[in-house]
Design a protein around this ligand. Structure first.
Ligand code: 16G
Length: 245
């Protein structure tokens, strides 16, 4: 980014000129997705403008989604994420969904253990205060992109040892004969809070989807109460509708 003073249309604020020249560099492929932006100090020196001006242009572009900032490592050109189409009519697991798409799934554990149930967990899972709940929380990463944070709660009876869950919760439940056969799923809009945004590698406040799944065994007993946060820029949930009676 060369000297900006005097460049571009007269009167445009310097930060806007810098913003446009960064946009232009991305459009022309001078900067590619994943490339690091030079440091604030280097851009300021090269363009002969103040660091405050550089920061304003960069913050604008982060808000627009063209750049992403990672704490401690700098600012990068955002990678376009491929959208994922997810059917709402089948009760599948994340592992199965990703395998079907040929994606490599990795999960990072956020929590797993046996706890005393919260009042909400007791109500939804039908537990008494003396019973325990198994919690399994994971960040789910497909082909290197974090897609969802899933926080599952199950009656400890259905999952006595959460540390034994390998890569798939449903596969673990299958082994104990507790894989759900039916579920109610509720999807609502949610802006990402700071902690979830950091996990999903997105700016705080980005649009997300809050998904709640309550799953049942054939006996009618609730076996899973999962709250998830999915990236809003990635998921399309699709259901087939038919004319009613
Ligand atoms: C899906 C479910 C989640 C379930 C998980 C099991 C949604 C919104 N959530 O991601 O409730 O716990 O699959 O996946 O669809 P796993 O067997 O790969 O652990």
């Amino acid at each position: 980014f060369g000297a900006l003073k005097g460049a571009g249309p007269n009167g445009a604020p310097l930060y806007l000129k810098l913003k446009r020249s960064i946009e232009e560099a991305v459009r022309r492929g001078v900067l590619l997705p994943g490339d690091a932006l030079p440091s604030e100090r280097d851009i300021a020196a090269k363009a002969d403008i103040s660091r405050v001006t550089v920061r304003k242009a960069v913050q604008d572009l982060v808000r627009d989604g063209l750049l992403v900032q990672r704490h401690g490592s700098g600012t990068f050109v955002a990678r376009a994420v491929e959208r994922v189409e997810q059917s709402l009519s089948l009760l599948t697991s994340f592992t199965e969904d990703m395998a079907r798409r040929g994606k490599t799934l990795r999960s990072e554990w956020l929590d797993r253990g046996i706890y005393a149930p919260s009042p909400e967990e007791m109500m939804v899972l039908g537990l008494s205060p003396q019973e325990s709940v198994a919690r399994v929380s994971r960040l789910r990463i497909a082909d290197g992109t974090p897609l969802a944070i899933e926080r599952a709660a199950l009656p400890a009876m259905a999952l006595p040892d959460p540390t034994a869950v390998g890569s798939s919760l449903y596969a673990a439940l299958e082994k104990t004969g507790s894989r759900p056969v039916r579920a109610i799923q509720r999807i609502s809009a949610a802006n990402l809070g700071a902690a979830d945004a950091r996990l999903l590698d997105l700016p705080t406040g980005t649009a997300g989807l809050h998904i709640e799944r309550i799953s049942y065994l054939a006996s009618g007993k609730v076996v899973e109460f999962t709250r998830s946060i999915y990236r809003g820029d990635t998921y399309d949930f699709v259901a087939e509708l038919r004319l009613g009676d």
